[in-house]
Ligand binder design. Structure first.
Ligand code: SF4
Length: 251
């Protein structure tokens, strides 16, 4: 068949506004709503550093509403993490057994799971890396990846910075952690170390205490943002109940 004889099907199907697209995405949204994950029975160390303390309370106690698209972004993060671990293994990194990645604190009210604990790295000229050390991996869109490259983790994503500090603290791994940021758009990988800051970990622990105490009193902490239209609220799975909205459109 000559190429010139192949019909141009794009004339017949609008790739966005077609039945298949609408129907399958509607199934995805229904499935996301039906399979909304109940909150974990503990306060996750990964959320403690969030900019909004009220969101941390909600994440601890309430099932979030997450659009199918947002769920897929989380799943993408897990897939990238797995791929990065496999590649690190392939070049000679060794990781501790999964059982050693978990910790609990505050009598079991707080729990955390590091992505990995590195126990051996391949020899590389000019690079000295002390083990054992925490490994964390995040897949970021291009804009956020560039922000980390430009500003560093602490400034670009204080929440992730606090998370890794808590892991170093509670897993007693004060050696600088190895952080892997993956650009989910271009698949570039960025590796950098994050030193332990005892004062940051201590402030995070004090924040945990504040959140636990307020929650025990049945008190909702202050909102961190002024409007439900703030982009951070639009991405929050608790926007509807936080702002008393009748209907929260998917982020
Ligand atoms: S909707 Fe906004 S203010 Fe409310 S909990 Fe979420 S992030 Fe905080």
């Amino acid at each position: 068949v000559e190429l010139s004889e192949v019909p141009d099907f794009s004339m017949f199907v609008d790739p966005v506004d077609c039945e298949a697209n609408r129907a399958i995405n509607a199934f995805f949204e229904n499935a996301a709503a039906k399979n909304a994950r109940a909150p974990r029975p503990y306060l996750g160390a990964s959320i403690v550093g969030d900019g909004c303390a009220r969101k941390v309370q909600f994440d601890w106690w309430c099932t979030p509403f997450l659009a199918a698209r947002v769920r897929l972004i989380f799943d993408r993060g897990h897939a990238f993490e797995q791929l990065a671990r496999e590649r690190l293994n392939a070049i000679g990194f060794y990781f501790a057994a999964p059982e050693s990645l978990k910790f609990t604190a505050f009598g079991g009210l707080v729990e955390g799971h590091a992505d990995g604990v590195i126990i051996r790295v391949p020899p590389a000229p000019g690079w000295y890396f002390q083990t054992p050390a925490i490994w964390e991996c995040k897949a970021l869109n291009n804009k956020n990846f560039r922000a980390v490259v430009r500003d560093g983790l602490e400034k670009a994503f204080p929440k992730y910075f606090v998370q890794v500090q808590l892991y170093m603290h509670y897993l007693n791994k004060p050696n600088p952690a190895l952080y892997t940021a993956i650009n989910a758009d271009s698949c570039e990988c960025l590796f950098f170390t994050v030193p332990y800051h005892a004062a940051v970990a201590q402030r995070a622990i004090e924040r945990i205490e504040t959140i636990i105490e307020a929650t025990r009193r049945g008190e909702l902490l202050e909102r961190a943002y002024d409007s439900p239209d703030d982009w951070r609220c639009k991405l929050c799975g608790h926007r509807q109940k936080c702002w008393g909205l009748a209907h929260a459109p998917p982020a």
